[in-house]
Design a binder for this molecule. Structure first.
Ligand code: ATP
Ligand code: MG
Length: 320
């Protein structure tokens, strides 16, 4: 082909027509590997960023909730000391008044201790640093210890309690103190979220394992006739600081109907039960503070927990 200037243009035309050639072909294995590495880095960067944002959120939740929850008992202590001070200054302090103030200060400081202990437990669980000390125990004794501090509140609030199947169960290897804490956290909720005059039912059955008796478990159910839980909250309630209801409804007493709490009880219960190689989950048809559909908490507890990182077997230790 000859152009207007009479020069050959075919070569130039061809040059423009040429497809841009990749530096290396798409199915070059090295290229593909590089691409995959870049993609993996991009994904892990995005995951790290998300995790950081979540941690940030949790941290600010922690600070807001912790300071809010701690402020109430602190204000009570402060109030009592101010009153004591004023009475002392006026030389009007009598024994009865002094006694009442001391009771209030003790209650408020115990509440603060409880809150701080729960926060420390959760931070231990966060970094997988909760040591469990296993000894042979019976579920019946653990349950009895878990219930004991609640009996007075249940009596006052006319909440009935029934327990089936606890006698005659095989022994369990467990950390007694932690198991009692986990069971108590679930029971305290059953009391708190059940109105006066309601009922709590505890039942336990052995779940044998075909072929391997070492894999047997105990299935514990703690059911109440309380306000119930929305289906979309059934898993979230085990997350730290999650509270399913409006926190402004809180009353101050620990066992009062809809009583206050930072939202750590179930997080600790789940951490402890899973530390025993077990499972915990909740069932409820929904939340209704008029019809009271109730909730049921299920715990599967292995008789012989599998070896885990934080397991300290007291029998083995003393033998060694
Ligand atoms: N038996 C129950 N019935 C109805 N709602 C429940 C029950 N148990 C737990 N919940 C819901 O799950 C949420 C989380 O429970 P969790 O025990 O972790 O926290 P909390 O009771 O609010 O505070 P605390 O740290 O004092 O236990 C509660 O705020 C409540 O909304
Ligand atoms: Mg609770």
């Amino acid at each position: 082909m000859t152009g207007s200037n009479g020069r050959q243009t075919r070569g130039l035309f061809r040059w423009f027509q040429r497809e841009p050639q990749p530096v290396a072909s798409a199915d070059d294995p090295e290229q593909r590997q590089l691409k995959a590495q870049v993609e993996a880095l991009r994904i892990s960067h995005a995951a790290a960023r998300e995790q950081m944002l979540r941690l940030d959120e949790v941290k600010s939740d922690f600070i807001t909730i912790a300071s809010h929850e701690l402020r109430t008992p602190l204000a009570q202590i402060r109030g009592c000391t101010d009153v004591l001070d004023a009475l002392y200054e006026a030389d009007a302090l009598d024994g009865e008044e002094l006694g009442a103030m001391i009771v209030n200060i003790r209650k408020a400081s115990e509440r603060m201790e409880e809150l701080i202990a729960a926060m420390l437990d959760v931070s231990q669980l966060d970094v997988d640093a909760m040591d469990l000390h296993f000894t042979p125990i019976t579920l019946e004794s653990a349950m009895r210890l878990a219930i004991e501090p609640l009996t007075e509140a249940m009596r006052q609030r006319k909440i009935g309690l029934s327990a089936r199947g606890l006698k005659g169960l095989p022994g369990v290897n467990a950390d007694m103190q932690r198991l009692v804490q986990a069971l108590r956290n679930v029971l305290v909720n059953a009391v708190k979220y059940t109105p006066d005059g309601g009922k709590i039912d505890i039942s336990a059955v052995e779940q044998a394992h075909e072929g391997n008796p070492d894999e047997a478990k105990i299935h514990i159910t703690i059911a109440d006739t309380g306000v119930g839980i929305q289906p979309e909250h059934l898993e979230l309630i085990f997350h730290k600081f999650f509270r399913g209801h409006d926190p402004s409804l809180h009353s101050t007493g620990s066992y009062k109907f809809m009583g206050a709490g930072p939202g750590l009880g179930l997080t600790i219960a789940k951490g402890v039960i899973e530390g025993h190689g077990g499972e915990i989950w909740a069932e409820s048809s929904g939340y209704d503070a008029q019809a009271f559909p109730g909730s049921a908490f299920h715990i599967l507890l292995p008789l012989h927990p599998p070896a885990q990182k934080n397991r300290i077997d007291l029998k083995t230790q003393t033998a060694g």
